[in-house]
Design a protein around this ligand. Structure first.
Ligand SMILES: [Zn+2]
Length: 200
């Protein structure tokens, strides 16, 4: 890569990082497709055109249509019944949105990865814990429907609890007395999980 800035694009956000100072994110900018100017295939100017009843970014030169879809993600309620009975793992976010707030470990699904594999990888990256994925708790859309998150229960196979680079902290909390969580989807998933275990 040539310049000092490395650009990483995920749906709706561009992260700018200064490679000369490691991989620390210094800026996030929301970039909805309505702001996209050029065709990624032929570099012509994009326009708006209705396809299947909805306005979409469209390239009149080559026919490229941007079909906007939610980003799939996975997250987990991590349990270790033998060593931490009645507790689950939370991580405190290092990066926006909601930096500094507690959430379940989780993140975006990579291409070529199953939803369960993504849950295992994200838990390992953010908490240092190797887990096995158990039952699915449910799937929720974020309020803006930009992200679609599937939540699993998971149990620890090994590793030591340690915050990964995306997290400020990782810690065990009593399931009955969690701190406020950053996202509605995570709150809904935990509530659903609590109902499930209280019905056992
Ligand atoms: Zn084009």
């Amino acid at each position: 890569m040539g310049g000092p800035l490395r650009y990483a694009l995920s749906t709706g956000a561009i992260a700018l990082s200064d490679a000369s100072q490691g991989s620390e994110f210094v800026q996030w900018r929301h970039a909805p497709p309505s702001e996209w100017q050029f065709c990624p295939l032929c570099r012509s100017d994009l326009t708006n055109q209705v396809w299947d009843g909805k306005m979409r970014r469209y390239c009149p030169a080559c026919g490229f249509v941007y079909w906007e879809r939610p980003v799939p993600a996975a997250a987990a309620v991590v349990l270790d019944p033998a060593r931490q009975p009645g507790q689950m793992v939370l991580v405190r976010r290092r990066y926006p949105p909601e930096e500094g707030q507690w959430t379940l470990p989780g993140g975006g699904i990579e291409a070529g990865e199953s939803v369960q594999e993504a849950a295992r990888r994200e838990v390992l990256e953010e908490t240092g814990l190797a887990v096995a994925v158990d039952q699915q708790i449910g799937t929720w859309s974020t309020p803006s429907a930009e992200t679609l998150i599937t939540f699993f229960a998971a149990h620890v196979l090994g590793g030591q609890l340690e915050a990964g680079t995306d997290a400020l902290e990782a810690a065990w909390f009593p399931i009955a007395a969690l701190p406020d969580l950053a996202f509605n989807t995570h709150r809904d998933a935990v509530e659903s999980f609590r109902k499930h275990i209280s019905s056992l």
